[in-house]
Design a protein. Structure first.
Length: 301
């Protein structure tokens, strides 16, 4: 599919931050009518029309609903940086979408799935898409470098850095610090990941043995899922250590323990949002790839 591939379609872009402007521009460039809600600055120009009167109005007739990648909070409301209104994708809100509508969001939460049941909408969680995660890892690594520079009194050159996790984000983060001539170690469980770290000139540490080494690092950067930086490990860190958590809620650090132990922690979640133009374009690119794949699958069925 090329050119005005969304001509005749209605696309709803809701909530989020400045990344959503690129979703609006991408949809409009593809020929879609764009409806939006969430008070993002610049949205009217990007979408070519004023904001809808309500969230439900924004979704009326929409075949594609683009929700923010940061997902939903504990109260099931969409991430919406520029409004205090709680944006809830309830059954009544979703009922006005076009038949077969695809709602793209970070993940398929139980509440979203319950609300979508019996409506024309299918929830598509694409936050874990490989292509998107690799794109996001670039901005996340750059954001981690920025946070480290702003919150330490050492140069990155020769700084002792320990990265927890060596997945898509962790690899990019470790590479970025290594490129800045930091002394980078990687803590992970997976032997293949540790072997990859070794091949990149990084120092591998088995996660089960990290307590023996953690006291020598100036900076700890975590992209691991689950709580890896426990009270026991934090207690063994240097008093002047900086702990940088790049994970989505609930995070990978025992924040209460870090506070009690007087250790500095920066929760650098959603770093992709620090490069909104690039991140938004990448998100829209991946979203449209999924739309095309589903159309092709449907046409061959």
């Amino acid at each position: 599919m090329a050119g005005l591939e969304l001509k005749g379609w209605t696309v709803a872009v809701v909530g989020g931050d400045l990344r959503m402007l690129e979703h609006m521009r991408g949809a409009r460039a593809a020929g879609a009518m764009v409806q939006h809600y969430g008070s993002v600055p610049g949205a009217e120009a990007a979408a070519g029309r004023p904001q809808a009167a309500s969230l439900a109005d924004a979704l009326k007739g929409a075949a594609i609903i683009s929700c923010p990648i940061p997902g939903v909070g504990e109260d099931a409301s969409l991430f919406a940086k520029y409004t205090d209104e709680k944006l809830l994708m309830t059954r009544d809100v979703l009922a006005g979408a076009a038949p077969g509508a695809l709602m793209f969001t970070y993940c398929n939460t139980p509440q979203l799935l319950a609300w979508a049941k019996g409506t024309p909408v299918e929830v598509v969680g694409y936050g874990a898409d490989d292509e998107l995660c690799i794109f996001h890892a670039i901005a996340t690594a750059e954001g981690a470098i920025k946070i480290a520079i702003e919150n330490t009194d050492e140069t990155l050159l020769s700084m002792s850095v320990l990265c927890f996790g060596f997945g898509r984000v962790g690899t990019s983060v470790a590479e970025a610090f290594h490129a800045m001539k930091a002394r980078v170690s990687v803590a992970a469980r997976n032997p293949a990941q540790l072997a990859r770290a070794t091949s990149m000139g990084l120092m591998p540490i088995q996660l089960s043995e990290v307590g023996e080494h953690i006291g020598r690092f100036s900076l700890l950067v975590s992209s691991s899922s689950g709580r890896v930086l426990t009270r026991e490990l934090i207690a063994r860190t240097r008093p002047d250590v900086l702990i940088l958590d790049l994970c989505s809620p609930p995070g990978s650090v025992d924040f209460a323990a870090a506070k009690e132990l007087n250790r500095r922690v920066v929760w650098g979640r959603a770093q992709a949002g620090t490069a909104p133009r690039s991140a938004g374009r990448h998100e829209w690119q991946v979203l449209m790839r999924i739309v095309r794949e589903r159309k092709l699958k449907g046409s061959s069925a």
